[in-house]
Design a protein around this ligand. Structure first.
Ligand code: SF4
Ligand code: SF4
Length: 115
């Protein structure tokens, strides 16, 4: 007989940490050239181009500084009726300008700007 158990919060945190490590390793390997060209450091801050954000949550996974929030918006597509869509927003104060979120974004919705 199969016994069902609930997933514990600690299991989810472990999974998230493993996923964060996996994404970082992948980005380091694949996007090192792009990172070298980014404006990074405390004089810079990330910025999300809202129209390009698909709310996939990759950027919040890689941000160590809790500098990205997801908020709900109505989806504007005339052919798909979806009440809620997520968009990312950078919190300027905690953002350290590391640039990792730029590399993680699959739609290139994040850019680094002068602070
Ligand atoms: S630049 Fe770094 S600290 Fe700022 S939002 Fe992106 S990942 Fe977070
Ligand atoms: S990774 Fe890019 S597309 Fe995904 S939520 Fe962040 S800004 Fe939006």
């Amino acid at each position: 007989m199969r016994i069902l158990t609930m997933t514990r919060i600690s299991d989810l945190e472990t999974r998230r940490a493993i996923e964060q490590y996996r994404i970082r390793a992948m980005m380091t390997a694949q996007r090192a050239g792009e990172r070298a060209k980014l404006k990074i450091g405390p004089e810079h801050v990330a910025w999300v181009k809202e129209e390009m954000c698909i709310g996939c949550d990759q950027c919040t996974i890689v941000c160590d500084d809790d500098a990205i929030d997801l908020y709900d918006v109505k989806m504007r597509s005339p052919i798909i009726n979806v009440d809620i869509n997520k968009k990312a927003k950078i919190l300027r104060e905690p953002c350290t300008g590391c640039g990792l979120c730029v590399l993680s974004c699959p739609t290139d919705a994040i850019v680094m700007i002068d602070r």
